[in-house]
Design a protein. Structure first.
Length: 130
């Protein structure tokens, strides 16, 4: 039988993973600033993100209405995947990254890193924009 892991074994060192999460958030901020300096690009990206959000709502309507998965799907649709400005949310999140890395198990932190890198950047760099 395998020995149980201690809490210390499940924590991730702050320096590596927190740095990568914060770098992803910084890259997104840089892209936002670039778009702000180019109003035509900003409008095009907002329109594309609104279209993608509407398409998600249409193609996943049954999931959005599902009794078990609807709340999570609606959270994804409205809080993660849309045309609104997420600058304030990301700024708040960047403040808690050091604590998140210290307090949460490695699997959770690795998932957050993956989301910060893949999902968040994908949403800030929509296909065909820029």
């Amino acid at each position: 039988m395998a020995a149980a892991r201690s809490a210390a074994d499940t924590l991730v060192p702050m320096s590596d993973i927190a740095t990568r999460i914060l770098q992803s958030l910084t890259a997104v901020d840089v892209e936002r600033r670039r778009r702000a300096a180019a109003p035509g690009l900003s409008r095009a990206v907002e329109a594309l993100k609104a279209y993608q959000q509407a398409r998600f709502a249409r193609t996943h309507a049954s999931l959005l209405a599902h009794p078990r998965y609807g709340r999570a799907a609606n959270f994804f649709l409205n809080e993660l995947y849309g045309p609104q400005d997420f600058t304030q949310r990301d700024t708040q999140f960047s403040r808690i990254v050091p604590a998140l890395v210290r307090l949460f198990p490695a699997d959770t932190v690795t998932t957050v890193e993956s989301l910060a890198r893949e999902l968040k950047l994908a949403l800030e760099y929509p296909e065909g924009a820029g």
